[in-house]
Design a protein around this ligand. Structure first.
Ligand code: 8ID
Ligand code: ZN
Ligand code: ZN
Length: 349
């Protein structure tokens, strides 16, 4: 039976931090399902939401979280494509209008009416979470729910970002922030797509992880005295990477990438540091024909494809599992840049 009350991590006010407490189990609307979340990844976006880093209003009080994997336990009367008992993933893109020009062209993340899990609606840091049936990802039953959780934001986002970069098999992609949650998965997707990888991050723990995940080279931004030269030297012909995925939560890399990317190359901004600006020299951008763009999560099909890569055994990135109660400790490590890979929260039974 579905209980009346449940455990959740709640941001009660912008100053409160997260509070571990019991709250009512929500009821799904006509086009929604209720998912009994088993595991939820912790994305740096959740920390941005807690800190109020972005020029985008969030609901308050708020249950964060948007990498939730669980079991459908109830559904509204209009839901036909999801069954009770299905395994489902709850993603950042909670819902969209499905009728505007962007939605019609499968750019649902760009919908002006998009609803965001763990930001404008309550998310996955609770035992039971509602989600729009049209946007949940069905997870095949042979896929473990703990390991797939980080795919539901980090995996989809970097898979989409790599496609947006236009990099082709055999070419080289620089992954900036390679040691973090998105970065660790980006290396696995890049490898599966036949790309060479230059991993950029800081410290020896992340170096060891990146080398294990398949990076050809690791550039330590905390030690390098000439990062541009080191990144270019890591490509065989010294001309720099064909694509750069910017996943870091600091502004520096967003102002540096144009200096080391290869001519005709692309820079894909994905990380969302607070109050940050991209910077590139006009002269160099023009005469090197550099392409600079943003990439924002993925559409429903990207979600299905990203999970399918995982299901086929192509994506194995490290994660650590801790109880939902430990979310504040995860945020503390994340703030300090001390997490290699991803943390996944296990919901109480
Ligand atoms: O759709 C999107 N665009 C999207 C989706 C999901 C997440 C965007 N994001 C954003 C998050 O909001 C966050 O801003 O991507 C960013 C990265 O999320 P994450 O991977 O969950 O964060 P993390 O695990 O903390 O990893 C960040 C890494 O960046 C490194 C850190 O050491 C860490 O490993 N880093 C930093 I901070 N500065 C660096 C630098 N100068 C750096 N790496 C290289 N050079
Ligand atoms: Zn996320
Ligand atoms: Zn729309």
């Amino acid at each position: 039976a579905i209980p009346e009350m449940q455990w959740a991590q709640v941001i009660e006010s912008p100053e409160s931090g997260v509070v571990y407490k019991q709250i009512p189990v929500p009821k799904p609307g006509p086009d929604e399902v209720l998912v009994n979340i088993k595991y939820s990844g912790v994305c740096h976006t959740d920390l941005h939401a807690l800190k109020g880093d972005w020029p985008l209003d969030r609901k308050m009080p708020l249950v964060g979280g948007h990498e939730g994997a669980g079991v459908v336990v109830a559904k509204g009367e209009l839901v036909t494509q999801v069954e009770i008992g299905d395994h489902a993933g709850v993603k950042w893109l909670h819902g969209s209008c499905l009728a505007c020009e962007f939605c019609r062209q499968s750019d649902e993340p760009l919908c002006a009416k998009a609803l965001l899990s763990g930001y404008t609606v309550d998310g996955t840091f609770q035992q039971y979470c509602t989600a729009k049936a049209a946007h949940v990802s069905i997870i095949p039953k042979d896929v473990p729910l703990d390991a797939v959780a980080p795919i539901l934001c980090a995996g989809i986002t970097v898979y989409k970002g790599l496609k947006e970069s236009g990099a082709r098999p055999g070419q080289t992609v620089a992954i900036v922030g390679a040691g973090g949650g998105l970065g660790s998965l980006a290396q696995q997707y890049a490898k599966a797509m036949g790309l060479r990888i230059i991993a950029i991050d800081g410290g020896e723990e992340k170096r060891a992880m990146c080398e294990q995940l398949g990076a050809q080279a690791y550039v330590d931004f905390t030690k390098s005295s000439d990062l541009v030269a080191d990144v270019q030297a890591a490509t065989e012909d010294g001309l720099g990477p064909h694509a750069v995925l910017l996943l870091a939560v600091s502004e520096g890399p967003f102002q540096q990438a144009a200096s080391y990317v290869r001519s005709r190359g692309s820079i894909v901004a994905i990380g969302l540091p607070a109050n940050a600006y991209l910077r590139a020299p006009v002269f160099g951008t023009v005469v090197k024909m550099i392409n600079i763009k943003g990439s924002y999560v993925g559409n429903r099909q990207d979600g299905i494809e990203a999970v399918d890569f995982f299901r086929r055994g192509l994506i194995k990135a490290p994660f650590k599992t801790v109880p939902l109660e430990d979310l504040p400790k995860v945020y503390e490590l994340m703030e300090q840049g001390k997490i290699a890979g991803r943390y996944v929260l296990q919901m109480p039974e």
